[in-house]
Design a protein around this ligand. Structure first.
Ligand SMILES: [Zn+2]
Length: 421
């Protein structure tokens, strides 16, 4: 039995009978999952980008067409549905890497944070926590001016970014962190501003790092160093920092990330979807980096799949099994993911932790007859096996039904039709 008071776990006791007002969670109970890297609007691209071939860069053209259209109202509707899909998958906290700040042409909304506020409100309406990783994005590449779509992303300077982001208010379910889109999008002389803003608030800071070889080549041409070295030289690595993807690293990059205890966020379903490559997750962890996991482009929203994909990618590369235990993979999806989003009090089943709980059904066709704990969660279950979800002691999903957004598929269909129109 798990006693909850004030949104937190007060006590856990094995084998005790439920009392009168207890909610029975029938299945395997694990801590709430942290989706450490998300771009909510990319949900509009699922399936649509699978026609024909292409690369990361051709996928980005399609993504930009969606980005060019969204309004704050449409984004609230779409993100609420996407976050409700996440809740059904057992995700109780999302790290939203948010760069779609301004109206078309770069025009500032009356509320300069209208888009970010829409995301914070969407998470509230879907019943999950959010860390809004407000993203600095100033350049189309190493100092070149932003293109037409990227004008919506740009605050024009690091100082203007910091001033706008300082207007965002945290709420019970929402925290604010910083992000550097990439070393392509933030010129080296602006990196320090973002780092200082986050350091002053003890806030998390995330950055896309070396997802593509072209980024490494551009960074070497512009600055003579790798993206990881550039971030290190500007004081951006450390325990509050998360490097997302970190796919194409040198051995020095791995030592810099690990030695600074920078978290590395792997997004295996996106990385395989976009043909990015397989990042050295096992090596960076051995060097000292905690790992987290993200659904990123929303090709799939299933953190169990992300967790097992990290292990299975490593098996394909090395032709050996068992690089991580199921417990270690689940830790990336729960406790370490929450730390990387600035919620160290979540993602653990222990007294004092936030009462964020996920129940995996043990009588579905995928899980029936299985006896093991973490192994069942990571190597057998899918998001469809999540039956109940609790955030802060509040039941958000009951027997597979979202309690705040009753028809999530319908909400997605409606929101996506508006975006496509
Ligand atoms: Zn991303």
């Amino acid at each position: 039995m798990i006693d909850v008071s004030g949104g937190r776990i007060v006590a856990l006791q094995a084998g005790s009978a439920p009392t009168g007002d207890a909610v029975v969670l029938d299945g395997l109970v694990i801590p709430g999952l942290a989706n450490a890297h998300s771009h909510a609007f990319h949900r509009a691209l699922r399936g649509a980008t699978q026609l024909g071939g292409g690369t990361f860069w051709t996928w980005r053209e399609t993504m930009y067409r969606v980005a060019a259209r969204l309004t704050p109202d449409e984004y609230l509707e779409l993100a609420r549905a996407v976050y409700a899909e996440m809740a059904l998958a057992g995700i109780t906290c999302v790290g939203e890497f948010h760069y779609l700040h301004h109206a078309p042409g770069g025009v500032t909304y009356d509320d300069p944070n209208a888009m970010g506020e829409a995301l914070i409100e969407a998470a509230a309406q879907a019943g999950i926590r959010i860390t809004l990783l407000d993203t600095c994005y100033l350049s189309s590449g190493f100092g070149a001016p932003p293109d037409e779509t990227q004008l919506r992303f740009s605050d024009r300077s690091g100082e203007a970014w910091a001033e706008r982001v300082s207007g965002l208010k945290e709420r019970d379910h929402a925290r604010v962190g910083a992000a550097v889109h990439s070393v392509r999008a933030v010129p080296a002389d602006q990196l320090g501003v973002v780092g200082v803003w986050a350091a002053q608030r003890n806030a998390p800071i995330h950055a896309h790092v070396s997802e593509q070889p072209a980024e490494n080549e551009g960074c070497l041409a512009a600055y003579g160093v790798t993206p990881t070295r550039l971030l290190a030289d500007h004081g951006l690595l450390g325990p509050r920092t998360t490097a997302v993807h970190a796919t194409h690293l040198t051995s020095e990059d791995i030592a810099l990330l690990g030695g600074s205890a920078t978290t590395v966020c792997m997004c295996p379903t996106t990385e395989r979807d976009l043909a990015d490559g397989i990042g050295p997750a096992h090596e960076v962890q051995a060097a000292g980096s905690p790992l987290s996991l993200g659904s990123d482009s929303q090709a799939v929203i299933d953190l169990f799949e992300e967790a097992r994909a990290m292990e299975l990618n490593e098996r394909l590369r090395t032709r050996r099994r068992g690089h991580w235990t199921a417990d270690a993979l689940l830790r990336a999806a729960t406790a370490d993911g929450h730390v990387s989003l600035g919620w160290p009090e979540a993602g653990r089943l222990e007294a004092g932790a936030l009462a964020d709980l996920v129940t995996i059904s043990l009588d579905s066709v995928r899980t029936a007859g299985l006896l093991h704990g973490a192994e069942t969660a990571v190597f057998a279950a899918t998001s469809a096996d999540v039956s109940d979800v609790v955030t802060g002691g509040r039941v958000i999903v009951r027997r597979g039904v979202h309690q705040l957004v009753p028809d999530v598929a319908g909400a997605l269909r409606q929101a996506l039709a508006r975006v496509a129109a």
